[in-house]
Design a protein around this ligand. Sequence first.
Ligand code: VGL
Ligand code: ZN
Length: 204
Amino acid sequence: MKALVIVDAQIDFMPGGALAIANGDSIVPVINKLLPEFELVVATQDWHPANHTSFASNHQGKKPFDIIELFGMDQVLWPDHCVQGTKGAGFHPEMETLKITAIFRKGINPEIDSYSGFFDNSHLHSTGLAGYLREKGATVLYFCGFAADICVYFSIIDALNEGFKAVLVEDATCPLNPDEFVKIRTELQEKGVQIIRSNMIISQ
Ligand code: VGL
Ligand code: ZN
């Protein structure tokens, strides 16, 4: 069975948001059109406490997009974004959310970032997403949302490692760094990820 996984389709990643992705809002109508094609729809939400270590504001003398070492891993410092309970952490108001049966929140532990919807960046803690999808009978996961080169990418890699087939719906995702996405796109295809456009699955 196929499931749609909507990654971090939150206001802070849209134009005008704290960590805005150019043209990010263009994916919202595409996601809405995809929804009727799926029996199972889940979403992830980046959901940081205000004291999260990925925020530049929590490191003296650092600014957004600086890179520091944190517990032996490189960490990009971000502008404060998707702070728990704030408007920016909410789903885009035009995204239809009724069909979403479960929401998996990540980035909650202030000590560690969590790009993938499945695990934190050190792979120590699971969100439960893989177990949920397996129990519901999902085998092929269609990915959309933000950012194509960060959280969508790491979610797809974990999905493959968890034994799912993965499909990326290219016009329903958007990268923060388009050059980076060009590289990632090739890597994903080499790993067996199918990259499609939404009109390839939408029944007319
Ligand atoms: C994301 C950077 C920081 C994402 C989340 O959703 O891709 N990127 N937090
Ligand atoms: Zn984040």
